[in-house]
Design a protein. Structure first.
Length: 342
């Protein structure tokens, strides 16, 4: 039997994702892909994969997998989650070797939304239009175009973990999340009054419960239209901020539709979209206008940072049988609340 991960449990938003399928949006095909591509890149780097290797994306709830291979190397990065290997605490942001029959459990996200389980060699499902990413609404990619469920077997490209030490990314080198999201105004900012644009750039907006891979509906001061709220449908990008008639913005993400008929007041820059992806309902955001040149410079800086990620990885050490990284990442105290001291 070929090497695989056996899904023991999975939340409803658990899917297989890589960096997405591109070049097909003009035919109505959504790119999909990892909501937090930086976390995917790091998880893959920890196990020696190319940045876009297919991995398992967990949304909020976590899950568990059993190993059906002689030995595999795995890593989890992204949202803050507790890990356990055969019931023993383990650390995220580092690689681990697991053998046949062992079980990895990924706990619910304590902070953030999306966590990525990468396996050396990647998940070996068939690519569709050049990508293994799942787009559930259209039923393509991943495993039968759907979310994962208990009993699924995820085929692996490799059955051996490979040589070399396990690696970890030190806490100081892990990406920081922004709450001031940089945007480039347009392409339909002329459909809004000056006061409407000022509102977008000065008010706080809260992520609502209506948030998923398609986009985030935000609650806050209404944005004033100047020329109505309908346009001839045109293409939308990841990060497009639509403003429908009610005046509250919708920030579109990986599973967005290919076109839309609401005016787009601005577009969140690519470098800040991983931060947007990790915003839980209740998170408050602000928007900051930047130029196209500044947006491009931020993207180049992110690309340079990711290109150097291998240089930031360090050997993961287990001292005297105690996994130091796991200990530092585990919540050892529960039931404590903040309050005034006497």
């Amino acid at each position: 039997m070929s090497a695989a991960l056996l899904v023991r449990s999975a939340g409803p938003g658990t899917t297989i994702q890589d960096l997405g399928r591109f070049g097909w949006q003009r035919f109505g095909v959504t790119p999909a892909g990892a909501m937090d591509p930086v976390a995917l890149h790091i998880a893959n780097a920890l196990v020696g994969n190319a940045p876009g290797a297919a991995a398992v994306e967990f949304m909020l709830q976590g899950g568990s997998v059993a190993i059906e291979a002689e030995e595999v190397r795995i890593a989890v990065a992204g949202a803050a989650v507790d890990l356990a290997i055969d019931g023993e605490p383990a650390a995220a942001w580092r690689s681990h070797r697991l053998r046949r029959g062992q079980e990895l459990r990924i706990g619910p996200a304590r902070d953030g939304v999306y966590a990525y389980l990468a396996v050396a060699g990647g998940i070996d499902v068939a690519p569709v239009l050049g990508s293994r990413s799942t787009h559930v609404r259209s039923g393509i990619g991943g495993l039968e175009g759907r979310a994962l469920r208990p009993g699924d077997r995820l085929p692996l490209t490799e059955e051996a973990a490979g040589s070399g030490p396990d690696l970890m990314l030190p806490p100081a080198d892990r990406p920081a999340l922004r709450r001031a999201i940089r945007v480039v105004l347009g392409p339909q900012d002329d459909y809004f009054t000056a006061h409407g644009i000022e509102t977008l750039l000065t008010a706080d907006y809260e992520v609502t419960m209506q948030a998923d891979r398609m986009g985030l509906r935000l609650a806050g001061p209404t944005i004033e239209h100047a020329r109505g709220f309908n346009i001839i449908s045109d293409g939308v990008a990841r990060g497009s901020i639509q403003v429908p008639g009610a005046g509250e913005p919708i920030l579109l993400m990986a599973d967005r539709q290919s076109t839309g008929g609401y005016p787009k007041i601005a577009t969140a820059i690519t470098a800040d979209l991983p931060s947007v992806a990790q915003c839980r309902p209740g998170t408050r955001l602000r928007f900051q206008a930047v130029t196209v040149e500044e947006a491009q410079a931020a993207r180049r800086a992110l690309d340079r940072w990711l290109a150097g990620i291998a240089e930031r990885l360090r050997p993961a050490r287990t001292e005297g049988g105690l996994d130091v990284e796991a200990l530092l990442c585990t919540n050892l105290i529960s039931g404590v609340v903040a309050g005034d001291t006497p």
